[in-house]
Design a protein around this ligand. Structure first.
Ligand SMILES: [Fe+2]
Length: 214
């Protein structure tokens, strides 16, 4: 008898807890406080207001850019992906006031990075196994990652169709952009501030006959 066991189609999520971020986070919060027009309300499309246009003049944005590059390099290395000749970057913020939440969505990109500058305090580890956890327990500004397999929650053999991430300042996540995700209501009487980076990988151009102009 030969028994084989496979776990096909896993989804890689990389987390990085940056150790010293108080000053950076304060600067990022201050930036959005002073210039609320910069918050594009999670507009993730390529024509969105790209906060990276501030990188040359705002050191905190430059530092954040560098941190996201560290994150995406870890993800690509873990997944064994080499060879992109470049990565297009789109940075935008998501600033929530009390009671706000984010609907389920994904991003038009290859990978997503999220960095938390200001969140509710929590002593819990950021990521919890979903086993035995109440999906409908909203928590406080919790990030929900949904199983990307279509209707995976409807199969009786599936016992884990979501993952909850309890954010904390200085935490970064990198995951595929096709992963549906949402944020439960922010309960604190302060502004919760997260930044998202869309990563779109660019590959070497093939021969001329592989391309056409409009
Ligand atoms: Fe998102």
């Amino acid at each position: 008898m030969e028994v084989m066991d496979y776990a096909f189609f896993p989804t890689r999520v990389v987390t990085i807890q940056f150790p010293v971020t108080d000053t950076l986070n304060a600067e990022l919060c201050d930036l959005l406080e002073r210039r609320p027009e910069l918050d594009d309300r999670s507009n993730m499309h390529p024509d969105a207001l790209n906060l990276l246009r501030l990188a040359e003049t705002v050191p905190a944005i430059q530092e954040l850019r560098s941190m996201f590059l560290t994150g995406v390099k870890h993800w690509l290395e873990a997944e064994g992906i080499a060879g992109p000749e470049g990565i297009d970057l789109l940075l935008f913020s998501n600033r929530m006031v009390q009671g706000e939440s984010t609907m389920v969505h994904n991003h038009p990109a290859d990978l997503i990075g999220i960095y938390y500058a200001c969140t509710a305090a929590s002593a819990r580890q950021p990521i919890h196994p979903a086993d035995g956890e109440d999906y409908f327990d909203a928590g406080d500004g919790v990030l929900l990652l949904h199983d990307p397999r279509f209707n995976a929650n409807l199969t009786s053999v599936c016992h884990r169709d979501h993952v909850k991430v309890v954010p904390r300042p200085g935490l970064m996540l990198i995951f595929p952009a096709y992963v549906w995700h949402s944020v439960t209501p922010h309960r604190g009487d302060f502004c919760r501030l997260a930044f998202s980076m869309n990563f779109t990988l660019r590959w070497p151009a093939g021969p001329e006959e592989y391309h056409a102009l409009k």
